[in-house]
Design a protein around this ligand. Structure first.
Ligand SMILES: CC(C)(COP(=O)(O)OP(=O)(O)OC[C@H]1O[C@@H](n2cnc3c(N)ncnc32)[C@H](O)[C@@H]1OP(=O)(O)O)[C@@H](O)C(=O)NCCC(=O)NCCS
Length: 172
């Protein structure tokens, strides 16, 4: 099996964001591949445009990607104030490679990132994967309550086009 390589991107992931760089800093169409990975395996992040993804990456203090050759097979990112609070977002592993310890590698790399390690509390929200995070030292937040305020209009870029929203049939 081709070796899997974990990339720890610089804050804001400028190489991935602007040039789609992958392993060895080679142009790898990384942003397009990230869009496809999320469309296929992350129901909450399905349909994000590449413009949206660039903005999300720019605002992330820690970004990790997993590559098997030229294929992007895993991803995760974190936002953080560097001291008190950090939040993990968009942790995902390609379906055919789940259950082999790759998700753990992504989370551990995010937790070890300079802007996340040592932070007082690291939060995350999950619908189906609480058991995965409990194995990694996360606990239920009781008695805290998650509150949500939904934007009246999505703030994500609205216009379709070459950079626009994905029309991937994988979105569900
Ligand atoms: C959740 C996800 C990232 C886990 O990645 P993975 O590579 O399959 O997980 P790992 O193989 O590293 O699993 C680590 C441990 O967690 C366990 N685990 C994995 N997913 C789990 C789940 N949903 N519930 C409970 N335990 C889980 C594994 O059994 C493994 O335990 P072990 O070390 O005793 O064998 C991956 O399944 C995924 O991408 N799912 C779809 C997207 C998603 O739901 N992401 C989470 C968003 S918050």
């Amino acid at each position: 099996m081709t070796a899997i390589r974990l990339l720890r991107h610089a804050p804001g992931a400028p190489g991935l964001r602007w040039f789609g760089l992958g392993p060895g800093l080679r142009p790898s169409r990384g942003l397009l591949k990230l869009q496809r990975l999320l469309d296929k395996h992350a129901f909450w992040a399905c349909g994000r445009s590449r413009t949206d993804l660039r903005r999300l990456l720019a605002g992330s203090e820690a970004v990790v990607s997993l590559w098997r050759g030229k294929r992007l097979v895993g991803f995760g990112r974190a936002t953080s104030d560097g001291l008190c609070r950090a939040v993990l977002w968009d942790v995902v592993v390609a379906g055919d490679l789940q259950g082999r310890g790759l998700g753990r590698q992504v989370v551990e790399a995010l937790l070890a990132a300079p802007m996340v390690r040592g932070v007082e509390r690291v939060y995350l929200m999950t619908t189906n994967s609480a058991g995965f995070y409990r194995q990694l030292g996360f606990n239920d937040a009781t008695p805290q309550v998650l509150l949500v305020r939904q934007a009246e209009r999505p703030s994500a870029s609205p216009s379709p086009g070459p950079e626009g929203r994905s029309s991937s049939p994988g979105c569900s």
